[in-house]
Design a protein around this ligand. Sequence first.
Ligand SMILES: *Cc1c(COP(=O)(O)O)cnc(C)c1O
Length: 397
Amino acid sequence: MSEVFKGSFTQQEPIPEDGIAAALDVMRSGRLHRYNLVGDEAGETALLEREFADYTGATYALAVTSGGYALATALRAVGVQPGHKVLSNAFTLAPVPGAIASVGAVPVFVGVTENLTIDLEDLQAKADQADVLLLSHMRGHLCDMERLMAICEAADVTVIEDCAHTMGAAWKGVASGRWGKVGCYSTQTYKHINSGEGGFLITDDAEIAAKATILSGSYMLYARHGTTPPEDVFERVKYDTPNVSGRMDHLRAAILRPQLARLETQCAAWNDRYAVVEEGVRGTPGLTVVERPEEETYVGSSIQVLLLDWQDSAIADVIARCLARGVELKWFGGAEPKGFTSRYDSWRYAPSAPMPDTDRVLRSILDMRLPLTFSLEDCAQIARIIRAEVGAVYQAA
Ligand SMILES: *Cc1c(COP(=O)(O)O)cnc(C)c1O
């Protein structure tokens, strides 16, 4: 009998008890709105903003309703206008081009390499087409950030980082989100801290922070934020910045604060699981492990392997056989968008020329989440199943 994995790829850990207790306190108070404060109380949301700024080393942190909202707010705050072009990754998730489209701008897709990072040659070639790059550190893979920043600085391109999968990650010791002008994060259930929905935006730029704060729906209550730019900066921007309501509330902030405090331990736990799967599948004939560069500090909350230059039908076979044994692999090569997974050519509101090298990589990507509810033994079993099924299909081909 071949072994079958029984775990759930979508089961997260519970919210820590101190987070639950803090959430109950907020609910008992009835004051859930971030500006509903008593006396000189700071409130959970402002405290979370301070803690997130401390955690990242940024001057300003703003808590908002979602990662996608943070991205759109960052685009608006750096001055993207309807009709502008914005460079972004061809390999990412739909909310990234969606954020660009939501401000009326037009994505220009940049290819992906076999390392699953943005193709810097392609970026160099396209850098003169836009003033902004919305860089998605998709599935936690960081490119050579020094080279990327050099390309963007030379072309006068402002970088906004999508750190939905890189909260806790760094390149050469500098945190993701701290290379570009703005860093954006998600606290949605499948990311590194979990409030159901939620997000952050960080920056050192006082004007971007002030605009983002007003955009997020601060009204004129911006002084109640955790990290507030000087009043004169608000004076400059407050009449011209629309309120595009998207605040975080105290309830979400209350459950995030204890999780942020534990994030480092959680990241280590993800990396333990990642290492077990990586070692377990390494050397499987026909399968390519994505080697992680020494300069990269990553958070292995998901793992990707490549079946480069396989027939689509053989890849589909691997996926079906793994699924039959309880291992759910997502495929970025599928012609039709499915679940959370879609391809740049399925975002038809953002027309693009075909990118054959990128298509070759996308077609080959098998992607799997590693929730912390999996034990190390679960991870070893998952790797054995993938190894066996990839091997069986590869041999038959
Ligand atoms: C989840 C995600 C987002 C959007 O975050 P939400 O909080 O779901 O809006 C953006 N980019 C990437 C790469 C994501 O995975």
